[in-house]
Design a protein around this ligand. Structure first.
Ligand code: KG4
Ligand code: ZN
Length: 340
């Protein structure tokens, strides 16, 4: 018989994603984003995101099936993000997933959004080694996780941001710099022509007395805003490329320094970097450089699997199915602030 085709549904923020996975293999996926609709507000508007999910849910499932060359009747199980995320957005995905599971009479699995980000990498690079260290860096999260077996063991949370997430820092500073939303890719592009040494931004929480695996990015955001303000007061043009390069350098330095230290302390020889900020060119380059120097194998999923998508949720569902996990009852609810 083999294991079933798992449909994964993701709707925790501004991306509606559907993906189909079977036995660790990605069969097809599709994503629709409402990012453009949020752009003029400078951040994701929950109400707009929820409406966009209602609009996109069915077409995205259809596109994922088409991409995989499958029909609705081929779906053997459904996995859906239950949290963390925006409540209204999660509700739409869960309601859709429940309806499909009920109509198709297939089991339903609730998936933690971050477990999804971790599992994304397995679709390209195979099963994760046990143990491995995972750095999740997105618009909503900055966490260092010690992962053993995604389907069986709880993930150990080593550290988190105490204020803003790394992606949030990029997004907010980009706004101050007058760059478009989302700020991360805009900072990355702008930084290409800049000199990271032209400005010195702080490296928060890297002192000897600081919590080793905690992150903080709100001070960095303030430092970047002050720097921009100083130039404005003096009537000078903002050397944007230098500012963007220096900001990116500071974020990449802190992230990779802590991730490599965590690998060393826990004797883990594989680091996986996932989430939207893993797309950052400087974060990738510095992670490569430091992992190579420390003898750590680095795994980073490709760009399309780094940002929110349904394939990563299907990947977790597929692991749960194969591990014989208990499906969720159809009464399952969302958990917007789900802990790991
Ligand atoms: O994982 P993701 O798509 O959504 C969640 O937040 O869960 O991550 C989105 C975040 C945004 O903050 C965006 O600015 C950031 O990832 N991002 C980047 C880059 N591409 C996306 N940040 C820095 N450099 C990039 N190239
Ligand atoms: Zn995400």
């Amino acid at each position: 018989m083999g294991s079933p085709v798992v449909l994964g549904i993701e709707s925790s923020c501004d991306e509606t994603g559907a993906g189909l996975v079977r036995e660790g293999r990605l069969l097809g996926h599709a994503v629709a984003s409402s990012m453009d609709e949020h752009a003029r507000f400078g951040g994701v508007v929950p109400e707009i995101a929820a409406r966009a999910h209602v609009h996109s849910f069915t077409p995205v499932v259809r596109r994922a099936l088409d991409a995989a060359g499958l029909r609705m009747a081929d779906i053997g199980a459904i996995a859906v993000t239950t949290g963390p995320g925006l409540s209204g957005a999660l509700q739409v995905g869960l309601a859709g997933a429940k309806s499909l599971a009920y109509a198709l009479d297939v089991p339903l699995y609730g998936v933690h959004h971050l477990a999804g980000h971790v599992a994304a990498d397995t679709l390209e690079h195979g099963p994760l080694p046990d143990p491995c260290m995972v750095l999740i860096v997105s618009g909503g999260h900055t966490s260092l996780l010690l992962v053993r077996d995604l389907a069986r063991d709880p993930i150990v949370h080593l550290g988190d941001t105490v204020d803003d997430a790394a992606g949030e820092c990029f997004d907010k500073v980009a706004r101050v710099f007058g760059l478009p939303y989302p700020g991360g890719p805009a900072i990355d592009r702008t930084a290409r022509d800049g000199d990271p040494r032209a400005v010195t931004f702080p490296r928060p929480l890297t002192g000897p007395r600081d919590a080793r695996y905690a992150f903080s990015f709100s001070g960095l955001k303030t430092a970047a805003a002050r720097w921009a303000e100083r130039h404005r007061i003096q009537g000078e043009d903002l050397p944007l490329a230098d500012g963007a390069a220096a900001l990116q350098e500071a974020v990449a330095d802190v992230l990779t320094r802590k991730a490599v230290a965590a690998c060393r302390e826990h004797r883990v020889d594989t680091l996986v970097v996932v989430g939207g900020v893993a797309a950052n060119s400087r974060v990738r380059a510095l992670a490569e450089e430091r992992c190579r120097a420390a003898g750590i194998a680095l795994r980073v999923p490709s760009l399309k699997l780094c940002t929110d998508n349904g394939a990563m949720i299907a990947a977790v569902g597929d692991l749960l199915v194969r591990a014989g996990a208990e499906p969720a009852p159809l009464e399952v609810s969302i958990d917007p602030s789900a802990p790991l």
